[in-house]
Design a binder for this molecule. Structure first.
Ligand code: ATP
Length: 388
């Protein structure tokens, strides 16, 4: 059910508008205001899907209503109603964010069409917003331990800068999550974060994956292709498992970081790129440097800021909130009612010798949701957590 507000000082026009709209769709819920001040008060206290607003009005004109409303509700569509003398102003309001305008006296078809389009637009914007919220929910970072608080404050400090960050820690401790948050909280968040898992790509393909290639650069290159550096232009490139990168790819990444330029494989033309690099590894890079498997100069380029993520074993106090988080999110994913857990069972999980991998904790909770009772008991935990 859509909720509309009509702001119009002429009572006759107000009445006509309400009548036309109600006849078109009796489900429209319509409120009216006879001036701008009244309108702003209503908008403050109620949620509208669309506003139809006259331009010339006493007390506060339509332009001011538009500006005030847009400042608080940028997505809310506002259709201006213009009289004979203010057509030019109506066009101007579009520049200030009005969705559209209709002229007085209102043309029936044009009015109904504009209202429908504006409402559709509003619905889409709301859906997009909730989709975005869902995406960021997926990346929720749980944990109130001192270690997690330290990481969150570090993220807040480094995110707005363009500094390169090296995230270290064992498998499944949340390194990717940290990288994601740095990107989300940075100025680059509107551009993509492109991820490359350096361990998953065969060494002979990593250069083409990162820098792209020209057609014919190697046997299987039957088309020219941009690489991940170009794809991440303006945004962030996340080099996961950077310790597994071949030495020849390391040399090229070093050049890209030094000069902000790359060359596609098979080409000698420089392409300028503006990319912030965040890298992660579970390896001890200092050791890798000693063994001549990792370039020291690249290490120093990447590790401007270091964020070590501790394993779950070092912060067991985060286990109860992680368990609660997984109980809720997994039940949601599977469309089942969330289960509760006995406090004693939670204690057992807390004492359990974890490998430190949060993925492992998630898997255990998933098993308990599928196999355990409505309330998860100590017995369930002992039976299904399968100590490894
Ligand atoms: N603090 C946290 N709160 C909620 N979920 C978390 C947290 N840390 C990690 N996770 C979840 O645990 C899983 C593993 O996290 P992530 O992939 O970020 O770890 P990683 O260190 O990058 O792992 P790998 O080294 O294997 O690439 C993901 O599903 C992630 O969402």
């Amino acid at each position: 059910m859509s909720k509309l507000l009509i702001v119009e000082d002429e009572e006759a026009i107000r009445r006509v508008l309400v009548k036309i709209l109600k006849e078109d769709d009796s489900k429209y819920q319509i409120e009216v205001a006879s001036n701008g001040v009244e309108a702003i008060e209503l908008i403050k206290n109620q949620d509208f899907d669309l506003i139809l607003c006259d331009i010339k009005m006493p007390k506060m004109d339509g332009i001011e209503v538009l500006e005030k409303t847009k400042a608080e509700h940028p997505e809310l569509p506002i259709v201006m109603i213009s009289g004979h003398g203010d057509l030019e102003t109506a066009v101007e309001t579009m520049r200030k964010g009005a969705f559209d305008y209709i002229s007085k006296p209102p043309d029936l078809n044009r009015l109904l069409q504009t209202v429908k389009i504006a409402l559709d637009h509003n619905k889409l914007a709301t859906e997009n917003k909730s989709l975005k919220r869902k995406v960021s929910k997926k990346y929720e970072m749980i944990g109130e331990s001192d270690a997690m608080k330290g990481i969150k404050s570090m993220i807040d400090k480094v995110a707005p800068t363009d500094a390169r960050v090296l995230i270290t820690g064992e498998n499944g401790t949340g390194k990717e999550l940290v990288a994601h948050w740095i990107h989300q909280k940075s100025e680059r968040s509107k551009s993509p974060m492109v991820e490359v898992n350096c361990a998953a790509i065969p060494s002979e393909l990593i250069e083409s994956e990162l820098f792209g290639h020209l057609k014919g650069a190697f046997t299987s290159a039957n088309k020219s292709r941009a690489g991940k550096f170009e794809a991440a232009n303006g945004g962030t490139l996340f080099l996961d498992e950077v310790g597994d990168m071949s030495l020849s790819a390391q040399a090229k990444v070093l050049r890209a970081l030094q000069e902000n330029k790359i060359q596609r494989v098979g080409s000698d033309k420089d392409i300028k790129v503006d990319v912030r690099v965040i890298a992660a590894t579970n390896k001890d890079l200092k050791q890798e440097i000693k063994e001549k498997k990792f370039r020291e100069d690249l290490y120093h380029r990447l590790a401007v800021i270091m964020i070590p993520v501790p394993s779950l074993n070092e912060r067991p106090e985060d286990i109860p909130s992680l368990v609660a988080h997984f109980l809720k999110t997994i039940a949601n994913e599977q469309g089942v009612t969330p289960k509760t857990i006995e406090s004693k069972a939670l204690e057992v999980l807390k004492e359990y010798q974890w490998t430190g991998n949060i993925r492992e904790l998630r898997n255990v909770i998933e098993r308990l949701i599928i196999l355990g009772g409505d309330t998860i008991t100590v017995k369930d935990v002992e039976q299904f957590s399968q100590k490894s």
